[in-house]
Write a protein that binds this ligand. Sequence first.
Ligand SMILES: *Cc1c(COP(=O)(O)O)cnc(C)c1O
Length: 367
Amino acid sequence: MRINVTRSSMPSYEEYCEEIKKLWDSHWLTNMGVEHKELQRELEEYLSCPHVVLYTNGHLALENIIAAMQFPEGGEVITTPFTFASTTHAIVRNGLVPVFCDVNTYDYTLDTDKIEELITEKTVAIVPVHVYGNLCDVEKIEQIAEANNLKVIYDAAHAFAVKYKGVSSACFGDASMFSFHATKVFNTIEGGAVCFRNDKIVEMMNDMKNFGIRGPESVVFVGGNAKMSEFQAAMGICNLRHLNEEIAKRKKVSERYRGHLDGAVGIKLCSPQKDVDSNYAYFPVVFDGFTATRNEVYSVLIENGIIARKYFYPITNDFECYRGYETAGAEKTPVAAYIADHVLTLPMYADLTLEDVDRICRIILSL
Ligand SMILES: *Cc1c(COP(=O)(O)O)cnc(C)c1O
């Protein structure tokens, strides 16, 4: 049987039907109805964050929170190229210039020793990414941002439910974006949110996702449309009920992989981070000095019906659409380029059986 790199979490059919029944009574399908309000409330509680603004997807949440900061056109944003297209695009689509900082060699988040040398008088913000759910060095980033008067907006798409010293990943920096896409640890089919503590930006974030409409006769802001529908919110409410259990299952899968692969010659795993409660979002493996290359492992797995993913490859500063940019070029971020060339994320989801993990590892280790 084919094993995909991920498999979306879903409640039972009956549980979802029960949740959406009320929508057939109300005929209220979107525009911040009861399901939207309920999910928002539950997430504020689950994430211990005073403000959660729901969006139809994570990308628009990120684009909008960057826009809400009202940076001057052409401002520079220090960010990582070792991420999904969304992060860099959100910066560029806001008229800002991405300045790519390399990542570190152990958890593939921003190398905080290399941030300060990239700061110029045009720098306005840092947009780090909690890659694979590995948290960035949030303390060091906060220090640098404070010393240089920069905003910090985390792309926390991979880091839902992760905690550092007991503090939720939603609470770092000026704001954090989560993605609730079908492939993420917690999903609302498509969906996302911006989380932050600053009371002053709540209204603006709400305006931005709903055309700037504040009342029936009052349009105060040139907003777009990025509202989460009632059906998305209902999926979120159901999935949230099972999330802790799902993360516990992911942990077992992760431990099983580690048991087989940790210490194997030419195979490098990310070590568990100190003081971090993980969500086990992905299982990245770096092949270097192994008996087969990353691409060979990838192909052999496919021959066996197992779909791993070259994630992230290529890195965003190597995208065709950024070729003309002065700041682009994978050679400027050699660690990120190296990881991108050697990494595979192996299948990882709550219902992946431990027998399947054994089989995947057996195939890899037999190469
Ligand atoms: C998934 C993802 C996004 C985008 O989220 P969508 O909900 O798919 O729009 C952004 N950044 C990273 C790192 C992601 O993995």
